[in-house]
Design a protein around this ligand. Structure first.
Ligand code: EPU
Length: 419
């Protein structure tokens, strides 16, 4: 298993190219199942999760050609020959559950393993299933599988009880194929969902309300394969922004979309970072002390739960105490115990972390527990005195493209070692 070794205390200067968004690429890949012919996706990040989704789709019969260096993926779903996404694949990545919406949309039936829990809690799929049932899909749960029969599918009006990203994606994949009106209320408005809406529109579905909480969809059985570019990863950009906050220096986040980062930028400015939007992306500079800033995670356009761990790391070196609350995933705090090993002063009460800054972080061996927790430990390692060893970094490879290379290019001292 690989580990990362970081020598902290080096400022970051230069440019980081922000990759395509993992959480946008995965639903677009799933949408390719809906059509006969070849879907071409560009700006695909080189990530383990993208490869996992590729395996799920190949298992259904898709023919996939990859050019990882060019960030291109072509997916041909003409010879789709299976309606099953097995446990062995779905358990490794929750987004494999998008196979459910994709298969119902294309075949009118599906057998997809329930994804189960994850490192920080149960993560249910009840909203996905209730929405499908509202569209006339019969759902049976058998031996850990969702067995869906859509022979009586129809348009519907469904209000999501919570604006779940995954449920919105699955319901959109199905609604785009029903030639009747479906109204989805209280949908997720994350940019990754909007990217899928735009793709389905180009494929031939009529969708009104793009970017809003209510989507009116009139689908078609005759969707067309198209070319689509994946949007920039706002969480990767936010993570590098926080890296500058921790290590100091000035970097340009090339290709980052400032309008997808409004809340993170506002909080970063409040904390004392200098942020400039340029033609190339976002420039971030730190010179001087950081101020403590409270955040509470919320659905988009609120502060993303996927930035919560990185913000706790940043606040550990701010000049005063702050509170970070996660309302989306109330148990997503496995990074806190590891941060404390590096010298951060954090106490937890339910889903609220109280961070007492400024801590003098000192390198230590720590362990990654999930993707964003790992990012948080890397950030802390950049600011810590001495050497930080982060083990189990396979989590990072799921969602950060060439992280150590990108950080090294801007002056961090970081290397990967195989254990
Ligand atoms: N929820 C339900 N029932 C459902 C679905 C969701 O109660 O049927 C609850 C969840 O338990 C959670 C909340 O709704 O409390 C939000 O879950 P959501 O469905 O929106 O999350 P997701 O689709 O499973 C995506 C991202 C996550 C990100 C969340 C929240 C992808 C592939 N994953 O997950 O990203 O944290 O939205 O923004 O898009 C990551 O990239 O590190 C990551 C975990």
């Amino acid at each position: 298993m690989d580990k990362l070794i970081i020598q902290g205390g080096h400022e970051l200067h230069g440019e980081v190219q922000i990759a395509g968004a993992k959480n946008a690429a995965l639903p677009l890949m799933a949408a390719s199942v809906l059509v006969h012919g070849t879907t071409e996706l560009s700006n695909i990040p080189r990530l383990v999760d993208v490869r996992t989704m590729g395996r799920v789709l190949e298992n259904l019969g898709l023919v996939i050609e990859r050019d990882e260096d060019a960030g291109r993926l072509s997916l041909n779903a003409t010879n789709l020959n299976s309606d099953t996404a097995p446990y062995e694949l779905v358990k490794t990545m929750r987004a494999s559950f998008y196979a459910l919406g994709a298969l119902i949309g294309r075949l009118g039936k599906a057998k997809v393993s329930l994804p189960g829990g994850c490192a920080w809690g149960p993560r249910p799929v009840d909203i996905h299933l209730k929405g499908l049932e509202a569209m006339g899909v019969t759902i049976d749960l058998d031996e850990g599988y969702v067995i869906a029969d859509a022979s009586r599918i129809h348009g519907a009006h469904f209000v999501l009880s919570f604006p779940s990203v995954g449920a919105t994606v699955n319901l959109l994949l199905v609604a785009a194929t029903i030639p009747e009106e479906t109204v989805l209320d209280n949908v997720a408005r994350e940019p990754e969902v909007t990217a899928l809406v735009r793709m389905l529109q180009q494929m031939g579905a009529t969708i009104e309300g793009t970017g809003s909480s209510t989507l009116r969809i009139v689908g078609t059985r005759d969707l067309k394969p198209i070319k689509q570019k994946v949007i920039a990863d706002r969480i990767e950009a936010g993570t590098y922004l926080a890296a500058v906050g921790m290590a100091g220096g000035e970097i340009t986040l090339k290709g980052a979309e400032p309008e997808h980062l409004t809340m993170v930028i506002a909080k970063a400015v409040e904390a004392g970072l200098h942020i400039t939007v340029t033609a190339e992306g976002i420039r971030v500079r730190r010179n001087g002390e950081l101020r403590p800033v409270d955040v509470e995670t919320a659905v988009y356009p609120g502060f993303a739960t996927d930035m919560q761990a990185q913000w706790i790391a940043l606040m550990s070196v701010a000049n005063g105490s702050s509170f970070v609350t996660d309302t989306i995933y109330t148990d997503r705090f496995t990074h806190v115990a590891e941060l404390i090993r590096l010298g951060a002063k954090v106490t937890m009460k339910e889903n609220v972390a109280k961070i007492q800054g400024p801590a003098t972080l000192k390198g230590a061996p720590v362990m990654s527990t999930d993707l964003r927790a790992s990012a948080c430990l890397v950030l802390a390692g950049l600011a810590a005195k001495g050497e930080t060893h982060i083990s189990r970094i396979y989590h990072l490879d799921r969602g950060y493209e060439r992280l150590e290379e990108k950080l090294r290019n801007v002056g961090a001292v970081i290397e990967r070692q195989s254990e």
